[in-house]
Ligand binder design. Structure first.
Ligand code: SF4
Ligand code: SF4
Length: 418
């Protein structure tokens, strides 16, 4: 039975930290108001506290006397495989693991990581959505969730280098910085790769990409498959070791930053002495150090706003860097959405949701909240530092015909270089 497999997997997820979080919940329900999926559906099943209920049930039944007694005496309805399938839709299609709900919980419960554990149990029971799982399998077997083969990747980089006349060093030993891009950037936003190449060249930074550690995205992380998550992370960490770099620079990808910067250290041996940084931080540092110079007011034409990505700003804390750069690039035109910064609304495409076809109606419904936010301030363009968010915004503004231009901040920086 799937329920048994899932319950066993939930139990493996429950350590002291998870137990403490589950025990602390008072069931007040305040977290519901923070969730964009709850806001657009008004359905209590989308409330964060409901999404973690299965994990709580596993904890209660296996680790508490009362729970064991209740299970033995049989009051209450047992969870069926059908109910489990419904829960899978809730936590994979109706949750971006954005952790906004944790910002309002009076008990400080980190619901995002708990929902991640729920996903892990459901994946163990074979209930990860087919589209998401297919992408994970492609990443495992081909090396890219979009199915980009080694040869296709090299050809694509050669084409980008030739078309934009930039240097993209490959497998360069002794480079300082290993830059890891996502398949989304390689295939849909090649200007991100061009932008990094131009910034690195201008700053005189010795950098490289790696053919062995070429994919920053980690679809197993979305699924909660810990073994495959480690395998995908190790491809990049091993490359960094072999190339002898000082740092790994995560490109415009949010969940990858979370996986490399925090998750990795908790689930595997990470290489000592190799810094993990995000492109927004590195570019900011290069600018502050005077290694690149930016034209003041280069984007001061038409109201521009910034979308805070859940994993880079809320989780990663990189809130001041993009704002300082935007205050320079667009001192008159930059305007904040509300709420913003760590309280920002998720775009609705994170946590792998954008890859699940069946989630499209819900994904676009929650993006409507972003459309409203942008409309309120009269934004003509919006920029961000995550390509997954950027893809969601690109598709979302087309869906709503809102006409807002969607940009990547790294690309803007490269275009503003003197
Ligand atoms: S806000 Fe916190 S304490 Fe209240 S129901 Fe949600 S998780 Fe539990
Ligand atoms: S993590 Fe985000 S999407 Fe998931 S329940 Fe919490 S607020 Fe909703």
């Amino acid at each position: 039975m799937k329920i048994q497999t899932a319950m066993d997997a939930f139990v493996k997820e429950i350590g002291g930290w998870v137990a403490g979080q589950l025990e602390a919940c008072t069931r007040c329900g305040l977290c519901a108001s923070a969730c964009h999926f709850y806001q657009v559906t008004d359905d209590p099943e989308y409330a964060p506290v409901w999404k973690v209920l299965l994990l709580g049930l596993a904890y209660h039944q296996r680790f508490t006397v009362l729970g064991r007694l209740q299970k033995a005496l049989g009051p209450g309805k047992p969870v069926t495989d059908q109910a489990l399938e419904k829960w899978a839709r809730l936590v994979f299609e109706g949750c971006t693991v954005c952790n906004k709900c944790a910002m309002v919980c009076p008990m400080g419960i980190q619901l995002g990581p708990l929902i991640h554990s729920v996903r892990a149990g459901l994946t163990a029971a074979g209930l990860a959505p087919a589209d998401l799982h297919a992408a994970t399998v492609k990443q495992d077997t081909i090396g890219s969730p979009l199915g980009v083969t080694d040869d296709a990747w090299r050809e694509r980089l050669d084409w980008i280098a030739e078309e934009w006349e930039v240097d993209i060093p490959l497998d360069k030993k002794g480079a300082e910085t290993l830059v890891v891009f996502s398949s989304i950037e390689t295939m849909k936003f090649p200007e991100n790769i061009v932008a990094v190449a131009k910034i690195m060249a201008k700053a005189g930074e010795r950098w490289t990409v790696s053919s062995k550690g070429r994919e920053v995205v980690n679809f197993a992380f979305f699924e909660g498959d810990h073994e495959l998550t480690k395998k995908f992370l190790a491809r990049v960490f091993d490359s960094a070791r072999e190339l002898g770099v000082k740092r790994i620079m995560i490109s415009e990808c949010g969940h990858a930053y979370d996986a490399f910067r925090w998750t990795a250290a908790n689930i595997m041996d990470v290489p000592k002495g190799i810094e993990v940084t995000h492109v927004v931080r590195r570019v900011y540092d290069l600018w502050k150090a005077g290694r690149i110079k930016l034209k003041k007011g280069a984007f001061d034409d038409g109201t521009i706003t910034f979308h805070d990505s859940c994993k880079i700003q809320r989780r990663g804390g990189h809130i001041k860097e993009p704002r300082e750069m935007l205050a320079w690039l667009a001192p008159k035109a930059f305007k904040e959405m509300s709420p913003a910064r760590e309280q920002s609304l998720c775009c609705g495409g994170g946590g792998g949701v954008i890859s699940i076809k069946e989630a499209d109606p819900l994904r676009f419904a929650v993006f409507g909240l972003k459309v409203e936010q942008m409309k309120e301030i009269g934004a003509q363009s919006v920029c961000m530092v995550c390509s997954n968010c950027r893809l969601q915004f690109t598709e979302g503004v087309a869906h709503y015909k809102s006409g807002v231009q969607v940009r990547g901040l790294t690309d803007m920086v490269s275009k503003a270089m003197e």
